[in-house]
Design a binder for this molecule. Sequence first.
Ligand code: FES
Length: 323
Amino acid sequence: MGPQTHNSTFEIVIAQRREEADGIISLELMAPDGSPVPPFEAGSHIDLHLGDALVRQYSLCGNPRDLSCYRLGVLLEPQSRGGSKAAHEQLRIGARARISLPRNNFRLVEGAAHSILMAGGIGITPMLSMAWRLAELDVSFDLHYCTRSLTRTAFRHLLAQYPYAGHVTLYLDDDPQARKLDCARQLGEPEPGKHLYVCGPGGFMSYVINAAERLGWAAQNVHREYFSSTVDLSGDGFCVRAARSGIEVTVPPARSIAAVLMENGVNVPLSCESGVCGTCLTRVLEGTPDHRDMYQTDDERSSNTQMTLCCSRSRTPRLVLDI
Ligand code: FES
């Protein structure tokens, strides 16, 4: 029997929990009756509901062929707005939680001639499922994994045992003897069949993506997955007309469009609240957004047809939104 879903979420039980590295736990999420979990593609994530409207996205890091459970890695973030702290505190073995069906914003191009996976810290999680898939396809790929130190390197024991261990190179910031990541060398000249995947902290991602741009890589060959980031709500106030709801509000500095609309009775779907997941993406009917999300591509942002209401602002005195 498959999972019972309502509001597109279903219940899971924490079947396994391990301390993977300093501040990082891994979890195995099973259907309560032990039936297989719904299938997922490499690079997918789930929304984990942690109570009191706290929803966070976590990448699935297991083998997409293995549907006995979903595997996650959860970093306890010092700046946690509650999500990772709640996950570390609540998700003990035997605990139950609700999750969404897997979604994929970070797809593998399976016909690529060569794939380069660049992971910084906890950004390793989606790369693990991708590496499983690439190994299964028996195609050319490298996984570069950069962390601060050995004690902060999650999944390193497992990685050494995985069938794709030979594709993995580890880089440690604090070890003068360790190999240093030479991005330009590892990326090499752009080629139409070569694809790059990047996931990790903001600084790491900019470093890798800037290197690819300097080398002339085409945007469509560079794939990125951001995880939660700090939201910058600075800037002047502006007006927002919610066309479908028929109301107009003023969004003051330091408040999000979503927060002000919800206060005025407009239902804004939210999840990450940091411009990463795309849940609050809304069509723009008039005005020019000041995009502050990391979900849309550069081309999507410059088309100004949609915007994220949890973090983005306005370049014009008024915006009209299809909500
Ligand atoms: Fe995730 Fe806005 S809620 S991008």
